[in-house]
Design a protein around this ligand. Structure first.
Ligand code: ATP
Length: 278
């Protein structure tokens, strides 16, 4: 079932066409990645889907409704983690999570959410005393406490330490396994690679590539095989490395070392894609 369906989405700010004809379909339980350089149109697109920004053109359906006209019951089915941190600095973590839970008809247990987000030790701490990464975890807690069917995460792990990022990734995976649909905007390519089942790359308000993290931009079309032997270091790019590998290992050359097969990294592919789009 399509949770998000977008056809021909357009948005202009004055003379600047920020979103220039986007088509998207996101199905239930998917983690869908949105990548693109600064100014690509990601936030504009996501804010239109969240119902926070009007569009100029195109058809948009989110959880079966038009976000431009949908009401409070629709909003309660959506969770949002925005880029900017919340500002209830004088409240404790528990107070703010409980408070926000009160806006939803069927929220998750606030203490369980605090625990899930790795904030149990800080439950009674005032927000102003938290570190940047801890504040960001509170944002995530507030985004999921309403038990949303659809969760928008805009650069969720900015400021997280590596361990907190891994904890967050497992939280996202478990939410997705429970059926929550997740739209993830991130500048961390490893994060998108680890979490997203599908992704699009936006540049200049258009989709320049679409696919899975493993195949996008022709990642699997070419591999680089490198090795070392008595003649020095070798590096060959091939479409299918199988025959070359078989040939190399059949040599039984004791001096053959450092044999490696590498696919292009998501970062290489991404930089090419946005470079071509400029
Ligand atoms: N309220 C606004 N008024 C005028 N121009 C805007 C407004 N919001 C965004 N823009 C412009 O629209 C373009 C797309 O912005 P948007 O915030 O959607 O990009 P983004 O992909 O989310 O970027 P980032 O990665 O920096 O968050 C940019 O050129 C931006 O300057």
């Amino acid at each position: 079932m399509a949770v998000i369906e977008v056809h021909g989405l357009r948005k202009r700010y004055g003379r600047h066409q920020a979103v220039d004809g986007i088509d998207l379909t996101v199905t239930r339980g998917e983690v869908f990645g949105l990548l693109g350089p600064n100014g690509a149109g990601k936030s504009t697109t996501v804010e239109i889907l969240e119902g926070y920004r009007p569009r100029d053109g195109g058809d948009v359906r989110v959880l079966g409704e038009d976000p431009g006209t949908a009401g409070r019951r629709w909003r309660a089915r959506i969770g949002v983690v925005l880029q900017q941190a919340n500002d209830s600095a004088g409240l404790t973590v528990r107070e703010v999570v409980r408070h926000v839970a009160g806006f939803y008809p069927a929220p998750r247990d606030p203490d369980a959410v605090i625990d899930l987000c790795g904030l149990s030790d800080k439950a009674d701490a005032k927000l102003r005393t938290l570190s940047g990464g801890q504040r960001r975890r509170v944002d995530v807690a507030l985004g999921i406490v309403g038990d949303p069917e659809l969760l928008f995460l805009d650069e969720p792990t900015t400021g997280f330490d590596p361990q907190a990022r891994r904890q967050f990734w497992s939280l996202i995976r478990s939410l997705a396994a429970e059926g929550t649909t997740i739209v993830l905007t991130s500048h961390y390519l490893d994060e998108v690679e680890a979490l997203a089942g599908r992704l699009v790359v936006l540049a200049g308000g258009r989709i320049v590539a679409e696919g899975t993290p493993a195949t996008i931009g022709g990642r699997t079309e070419e591999s680089t095989v490198s090795w070392r032997d008595a003649d020095g270091t070798h590096q060959v790019s091939v479409a299918d490395p199988t025959a070359l590998l078989a040939g190399l290992t059949a040599r039984n050359d004791p001096q053959l070392t450092d044999l490696r097969v590498q696919r292009r990294s998501l970062e290489d592919v991404y930089l090419d894609l946005i470079g071509e789009a400029r």
